[in-house]
Design a protein around this ligand. Structure first.
Ligand code: TPP
Length: 656
């Protein structure tokens, strides 16, 4: 397809010069450009294809250089980026120094928040609406017709997230224009879960709804400039009331609801948005879209094409780039094994059955596994409840989304020493999703809880060993982390057995009696340390798979420090409060000299999108950088004064 409009489009102002026919052509070009790009680099496909017309219409009607547009999750922002002067960045989608896959204010003033977690758009929009009102800049049809309007775009799976509901509850109290565009495509990544999802399904197939949809179209085409909302309510009579009564859920929040309208019908969208734009109270425009619209593979399988890896189309078949055995796949098989051996084990995911591997586990144990929808806080509490009734819950969650359930982890789980098991996928640097999705702080946030036990898996056997250890650990919370990566086979290729996990004990991978230095690798970083060793042949270096960040292997640590052996800790986690900090704190608590400990970790600054390998390099965590640091430590320690063991004395009582 030849792109005729998109490449020359400098911004939304140009869009406003186009006819409706040209807008349709533009929508087709956007779809084509997105498909072509995602085939090469991967990225969010189906969510973006579903909102092409909706985004075109929003930019056509509003002026988001002044008005506010907030995306929920933000994975559906590609058309918005293309319409706001970033077509030239598309070839570097999700790459280092390229275009982020989520809204990013560093790229454009049109992106208000850097987001990637669900549920936030309505609340941040309420805040901006209140701020604009306080500044006297808010739109008001009588007093400030040129004022700023606020629009939040939210999907049907995200709107049931607790934060979104809290936002709506508050939005309903606003005394000003406030528009929630409800993008209802009947899908999350997988099928959306919960009673509200069933309700949305019901109204989508309600005949009254369909009649209203047709009638709304009719009203729009016959009454340009008329009050469409008024018509929806007054002219359509009983039929409208029926449908609106069924669709009245939002109204309970104080949000007037219009629609549902067809989210791919540009004239209807434009007319309806022109109408709701002038409305001066909080409201919802219910828009029905098709996820993956316009690309048959994505329409047919919106889950696989939610965010595919690069792929090729061969005739009528799609070939997704295959990528070896992932930790996620290894986890699914390991959990199936644990669940088949212990009928007390139960599991859940918060809307990520495919991402966490539970889609393989759930059919095998339908009574002991749940998808709760996008609600990590609820899922954590549900796990607490299950633990309280004597079950052994394993919550499979991305490290980054665990952050959404911090307080529940504290109060409902840790405070009661409930043995909830957290299986933290995507722990560490995640690649193309960038800063909004790195699992950089799970150790920091979990280590504060008494009795919490923190583990990491370095390969598939150790993931199995860790899950089995957790099955029997009943004294409190436990968490195992593993990355968005493939499992290494360097310790499995020759059939080497993985010794069972023992609380607070590391595993020696390479051990010399009198080493020059010791590396404590946490999780997959133990494998990277092994790879670094290949460049350090002239030294005797011990490498340990640390296994536990909490409790740290004190016996090993003491032995290394007392023998004055420099220690380098390596982790794919933020340096503040991570594994290395646990090691230093443990040493300090036991009066051991910490000066010989060097920490290698993700630095305390944001690492943006790019390949995971590049991000590890940027953080100094690739094998070459590890080898370099080890050399530097060895050079420095040969010049350093001998390490001393500090005797910790009880302080003298203060005498007055
Ligand atoms: C807190 C949180 N949990 C999980 C996710 C992972 N996730 C990304 S998109 C998505 C589905 C969103 O569905 P919906 O809002 O309906 O938008 P759609 O993709 O259907 O357009 C999920 C679960 C997330 N982004 N944030």
């Amino acid at each position: 397809m030849e792109l005729k409009i998109l490449p020359g489009l400098e911004g939304p102002a140009d869009l406003k010069q186009l006819s409706i026919g040209q807008l349709r052509d533009l929508a087709a070009e956007i779809r084509y450009a997105i498909c072509e790009q995602i085939m090469k680099t991967g990225g969010h496909l189906a969510p973006n294809l579903g909102v092409v017309e909706l985004t075109v219409a929003l930019h056509y009607v509003f002026d988001f250089s002044w008005d506010r547009l907030l995306f929920d999750v933000g994975h559906q922002c590609y058309p918005h980026k293309l319409l706001t002067g970033r077509f030239h960045m598309l070839p570097k989608l999700r790459q280092t120094n390229g275009m982020a896959g989520f809204p990013d204010p560093r790229e454009s003033d049109y992106d208000l928040f850097s987001v990637g977690h669900a549920g936030t758009a309505i609340s941040t929009a309420v805040g901006m609406a209140r701020g604009d009102t306080l500044r006297g800049e808010a739109f008001d049809p009588q007093k400030n017709a040129d004022g700023r309007r606020v629009v939040a775009l939210v999907g049907d799976a995200s709107i049931v997230n607790g934060v979104a509901m809290e936002g709506m509850n508050n939005a309903g109290t606003l005394d000003r224009q406030f528009l929630v565009v409800f993008n209802d495509n009947g899908m999350s990544i997988a099928k959306p879960q919960g009673a509200l999802a069933a309700y949305f399904d019901r109204i989508r197939i309600n005949p009254a709804y369909r009649k209203v949809k047709r009638a709304a179209k009719d009203v729009v085409s016959h009454l340009p400039g008329g009050s469409l909302i008024g018509e929806m309510y007054h002219r359509l009579g009983e039929m409208a009331k029926d449908a609106i009564a069924e669709d009245a859920w939002f109204e309970k929040f104080g949000l007037l609801t219009v629609g549902p309208i067809d989210g791919h019908d540009l004239p209807t969208l434009v007319d309806m948005l022109l109408e709701v734009k002038e409305f001066d109270r909080p409201m919802v425009l219910h828009v029905h879209t098709v996820k993956g619209k316009g690309y048959e593979f994505a329409e047919g399988d919106a889950t696989t094409f939610h965010s595919p890896k690069p792929f090729k189309v061969q005739g009528c078949k799609v070939e997704l780039k295959s990528g070896g055995r992932s930790f996620t796949a290894a986890f699914a098989d390991a959990l199936i094994d644990v669940m088949s051996r212990d009928e007390k084990v139960v599991t859940c995911t918060a809307a990520m059955p495919d991402g966490t591997g539970l889609s393989k586990v759930m059919p095998a144990f339908p009574d002991r596994s749940w998808d709760t929808g996008i609600c990590e806080s609820h899922a954590m509490d549900m796990m607490a409840g299950l633990a309280k009734t004597g079950f052994k819950p394993y919550f499979a969650v991305y490290s980054t989304f665990l952050q959404r359930a911090f307080d529940q982890t504290f109060q409902e789980v840790a405070l009661h020493a409930l043995p909830v098991r957290l299986c933290l996928d995507r722990a560490g640097l995640v690649g193309g999703d960038g800063a909004i999705h790195h699992g950089f702080c799970d150790i920091s946030i979990l280590r504060v809880f008494p009795k919490s036990v923190l583990l990491a898996a370095m390969d598939e056997p150790s993931l199995r060993g860790g899950l089995e250890f957790m099955r029997t650990y009943e004294a409190g919370l436990s968490a195992i982390r593993y990355p968005r990566d493939n499992v290494s086979d360097i310790f499995t290729a020759d059939g080497e057995a993985c010794p069972p996990f023992e609380l607070g004990k590391s595993r020696a991978l390479v051990e010399h009696e009198k080493p020059d230095l010791a590396i404590l690798g946490y999780g997959v970083m133990a494998i990277s340390a092994m790879q670094a060793l290949e460049q350090l042949g002239e030294y005797k270096i011990n490498v340990y798979d640390a296994r536990f960040a909490r409790p740290v292997d004190l016996e090993l640590l003491r032995s290394l420090i007392e023998r004055r052996i420099p220690v380098v800790t390596i982790e794919d986690h933020g340096i503040e409060g991570g594994f290395g900090s646990c090691v230093i704190d443990t040493a300090n608590q036991h009066g051991l000299d910490t000066r010989g400990i060097t920490r290698l970790a993700i630095p305390c600054r944001w690492i943006y999108q790019g390949a995971r390998g590049d991000q590890l390099e940027e953080s100094g965590l690739d094998p070459a950088s590890i080898a370099r640091t080890v050399r530097e430590v060895l050079d420095a320690s040969s010049e350093r004064v001998p390490l001393i063991t500090v005797e910790r004395k009880t302080p003298e009582p203060i005498r007055s």
